[in-house]
Design a protein around this ligand. Structure first.
Ligand SMILES: Cc1ncc(COP(=O)(O)O)c(C=O)c1O
Length: 370
């Protein structure tokens, strides 16, 4: 088989029709309001909260600043239990807040924090748990809630992958004290870059809004040492427009997942993840696990061979965050503390997943895997 003519990457951002975006641009040029709670920003916050089925939401210029701010909102200090199997931003947000990350192992089915391992990692210094809904698959939210209630800990979800995900028709963002979204270009739903914090009361929402704008509450009053994490009008306009198309985007992603699952299901040594009971997924990634002993080739061999065919998969999340130099020295970063995460990080491969991925390209990718 010859390499594909055009390279296929792991993702390709969904964009609305350009002519529709130009209408928004014209309005921005007319108003000269570029940022600082402009009209698109205000409308976007309302419409997005409605779409997601949440009550209090604050948009941010990116998910990373939203995560860092979320920790400030709840004045988190000391130690926070988190997962090594995520994008580095999860742990970096703790580090930037002078919080000590404590890594706990993941569960083997959907790769999110294992509640039993979380409970075992609690010390008198623990103040919060920061789990990640990896690939948009919900964490074991009820068990994590029981643990956080039992020990009086805060629960902050990194929900960067979980846009639009619901459990029994309830947004996943309604779990925990706070949830943080990312609207980065690589996500199911993008505003070029962007993010949001979801909270559950007005006082907290006000504190979030002050923190994201240098701590200002009015022209002359600064109540807290905030940061500049505001979303601008271009991003908000993009967000409004993308909301019109996101259901279609998710529908198309679902079809891509279905074709992969159907075609790969009989390959010995390649394991797909399937939909969870009662969950509406948004299909943000398509991870598979490659077991070298059964499949005959290692994940890295497959990754390299697909590259030769112009197919660029990604090994999310390898290496584990706990393997990066800043975190490697922590006692919780020892590989024998993170046995499942180490195995999954060495076997996982995210195949191309985006709404316009064509059937014949999926068939080619699956054909090569077969
Ligand atoms: C799990 C996770 N957390 C945080 C982030 C950071 O979000 P952003 O890129 O919007 O800053 C990302 C992705 O980019 C992510 O995948």
């Amino acid at each position: 088989m010859d390499p594909l003519e055009k390279p296929i990457y792991v993702t390709r951002p969904a964009l609305p029709p350009l002519e529709e975006f130009i209408v928004y641009l014209e309005k921005i040029w007319e108003s000269r309001i570029l940022t600082n709670n402009g009209p698109f920003h205000e409308q976007f916050e309302r419409d997005l909260a409605d779409y997601l089925g949440v009550k209090y939401l604050s948009v941010f210029t990116n998910g990373n600043l939203a995560l860092m701010t979320a920790l400030q909102v709840l004045r988190i200090t000391g130690e926070v239990i988190t997962t090594p199997f995520s994008f580095v931003a999860t742990t970096h947000a703790l580090w930037w807040n002078n919080i000590r990350p404590v890594f706990a192992d993941i569960e083997p089915d959907y790769f999110s924090l294992d509640p039993d391992k979380v409970e075992a990692a609690i010390t008198p210094q623990t103040t919060a748990i920061m789990p990640v809904h990896v690939y948009g698959n919900p964490c074991r939210v009820e068990q994590l809630k029981n643990i956080s209630d039992k020990y009086g800990l805060r629960l902050i979800y990194d929900a960067a992958h979980a846009f639009g995900v619901k459990i029994n028709d309830n947004s996943i963002l309604n779990y925990g004290d706070l949830s943080v979204l990312s609207f980065h270009a690589t996500k199911v739903y993008n505003t070029f870059e962007g993010g949001a914090i979801i909270c559950h009361d007005e006082v907290t929402k006000n504190r979030i809004d002050n923190l994201r704008n240098f701590g200002f509450v009015d022209e002359t009053t600064v109540v807290i040492p905030g940061i500049n994490a505001k979303m601008n009008e271009l991003q908000a306009a993009m967000g409004l427009l993308q909301l019109k198309y996101v259901d279609k985007v998710i529908e198309k992603r679902k079809k891509v997942a279905a074709q992969y699952r159907e075609t790969l299901k009989d390959i010995v040594g390649i394991k797909c993840l399937y939909d969870m009971d009662g969950v509406n997924h948004s299909y943000s990634y398509f991870p598979v696990l490659i077991d070298k002993d059964k499949y005959g080739k290692s994940r890295d061999e497959v990754y390299e061979q697909l590259k030769y065919y112009n197919i660029f998969t990604r090994r999310y999340f390898y290496p584990l965050i706990s393997q990066f130099p800043t975190y490697k020295g922590l006692s919780s970063a020892r590989p024998d503390n993170l046995v499942v995460a180490e195995r999954v990080a060495n076997q996982v491969l995210c195949l191309p997943m985006f709404p316009d991925l064509e059937n014949d390209v999926i068939a080619r990718i699956c054909g090569l895997l077969k």
